[in-house]
Ligand binder design. Structure first.
Ligand SMILES: *Cc1c(COP(=O)(O)O)cnc(C)c1O
Length: 493
């Protein structure tokens, strides 16, 4: 299967090449030329499969240049029980019949692990398949969950190193602790003075620095990124939608012929796009409900056909959805336009020059056939956490609470699956406040307090944090990043 660019100007490549390259040379995103289908026979088989078997089947359809053995090896290592003690994607049905797909049982307690435990293994395999002997330094700017998940994912991966920059005033205390205590021999993390944009600009400047690039090349090192535009991050996410639908049928929670609506708390549009791929493969999925927080640029787009990033930016209780330019939307637009690269390139040009674009009638109609959208502000988020806890005894994190509330507003009578993207303990201080017990102590204390208040056991990945040694106390100014990268490239791998 060949991978093409959304902007239509780059040669088609194999999946291994798409994963190694990340972004296409024409600035577009890679996606498979055709969407593979699951036959009726395969679908029948999926209902009897466990998570890893489902992953092997789905991945082998997209990564057809990888041998089955390679895929199986990557999957077994990524989703091993010691990494996902509660299973990779447990389905929990609440007393009111709503199904929660919990994707946060991995090492960092957020759904980014589902992709970032597997993607580094696919990346290393792709390097091997293509005979690429260079070492890869993976550089990530993060405002939250991605940084820690990338550190855990690339930790001790041969031939790679990973370096994460986060804004010193832009991550929660728990997220900061998770990064400063990161273990492994090829990892680094530093706080950058400034906000997320400062960190992201600093990383972009490193990629654009040709002198530094030449120095690194001479040392046999190339810079790479692990952000969610890489196909290797998207493809693992398709798996859990196929798996969840099969579970619903297997457990008799959905009749044959019925379709589930799925509500996804959305930021960069990767997770919900994976659900769309699962639907197009033939999984019994009805509408995809896109849930936004106050940064509701996607909700407005789905409801009006106009994408407008020129608006105020809000810091919300669900920081991983605080995004005004959702990069993965570009892939959906390409699919809905029937693969019109020139059209997508023109939309993206308008976005970068004017901050906005409006899609044509064809795309608008195709969008309305599969997507609906809603949003919820911080007051609504807090209220939902409190209500769902009191009524149903189920704890929501703020991101999942946004989706839960939107699902309640938009759902009709179909079975509804709400995607749960983070452990509530990762946002313990805000969740305590939502439960009417404001917390004034430190963040690790809030994790314990939330456990005591609710009788729900906090994940071990979070309770042990304050006892771990601080390994990455570095703080940097944007001007220091070049030297930081130079030092790392000499010592990391
Ligand atoms: C990243 C993230 C999201 C948003 O997912 P996208 O794929 O970027 O749309 C939602 N919730 C949590 C907890 C996240 O970490």
């Amino acid at each position: 299967m060949k991978y093409v660019s959304t902007r239509g100007q780059s040669p088609a490549v194999s999946s291994a090449e798409a994963i190694l390259q990340g972004i296409a040379p024409d600035g577009g995103l890679y996606l498979p030329q055709d969407i593979p289908l699951l036959s009726a026979k395969e679908w029948g088989a999926v209902r009897g499969m466990d998570y890893n078997e489902t992953a092997c089947l789905v991945l082998s359809k997209y990564l057809d240049d990888f041998s089955k053995e390679r895929i199986a090896g990557c999957v077994a290592a990524a989703y091993a029980p010691e990494r996902f003690p509660g299973g990779p994607a447990p389905l929990v049905t609440l007393n009111n019949g709503v199904h929660m797909l919990e994707l946060w049982h991995g090492p960092t307690c957020a759904f980014k692990d589902m992709a970032l435990q597997l993607m580094p293994r696919l990346f290393v395999a792709a390097k091997d398949m293509l005979g690429d002997k260079r070492r890869a330094l993976v550089l990530v700017a993060t405002s939250g969950d991605t940084g820690k998940a990338a550190l855990e994912g690339f930790r001790d991966m041969p031939g790679t190193g990973v370096a994460v920059l986060y804004p010193d005033d832009g991550v929660s205390d728990i997220q900061r602790l998770q990064m400063t205590t990161q273990q492994g021999d090829n990892v680094a993390a530093a706080a950058m003075h400034g906000n997320f944009d400062t960190a992201q600009s600093a990383v972009k400047a490193v990629f654009a620095d040709t002198e530094l690039g030449a120095e690194l090349t001479a040392k046999g090192v190339h810079l790479s990124s692990a952000n969610s535009i890489n196909w290797g991050r998207l493809v693992p996410q398709i798996v859990y939608y196929v798996y969840a639908c099969a579970q619903l049928q297997r457990q008799g929670l959905m009749e044959p012929g019925q379709k589930a609506d799925i509500c996804v708390p959305t930021g960069n549009f990767g997770n919900i796009l994976a659900a769309y791929y699962a639907k197009r493969m033939g999984a019994p999925i009805g509408m995809l409900l896109c849930a936004s927080n106050a940064n509701k640029v996607l909700t407005d787009f789905i409801n009006t056909g106009s994408y407008d990033s020129g608006r105020d930016f809000y810091k919300t209780l669900s920081p991983s959805m605080d995004i005004l330019v959702s990069s993965n939307l570009e892939r959906l637009l390409f699919l809905l336009s029937g693969g019109d690269g020139a059209y997508i390139a023109s939309l993206m040009r308008q976005l970068s020059e004017e901050g906005r674009y409006t899609v044509n009638g064809t795309v608008r109609q195709a969008l309305a056939e599969s997507f609906a959208a809603g949003w919820c502000d911080d007051d609504g988020t807090s209220a939902e956490i409190g209500e769902v806890w009191r009524r149903l005894g189920y704890l929501l994190d703020p991101h999942t609470a946004v989706a839960y509330r939107v699902a309640a507003k938009l759902a009709d009578c179909a079975p509804i699956l709400v995607v749960s993207t983070a452990s509530p303990f990762k946002f313990a201080p805000d969740v305590l406040t939502a439960l009417g017990q404001p917390w004034t102590g430190d963040a690790p204390g809030a994790v314990t307090a939330l456990g005591t208040a609710t009788g729900v056991a906090p994940p071990l990945q979070l309770t042990g944090l304050s006892a771990l040694p601080q390994r990455h106390p570095d703080e940097l100014d944007p001007t220091q990043i070049g030297d930081w990268v130079r030092t790392l490239s000499g010592t990391l791998m």
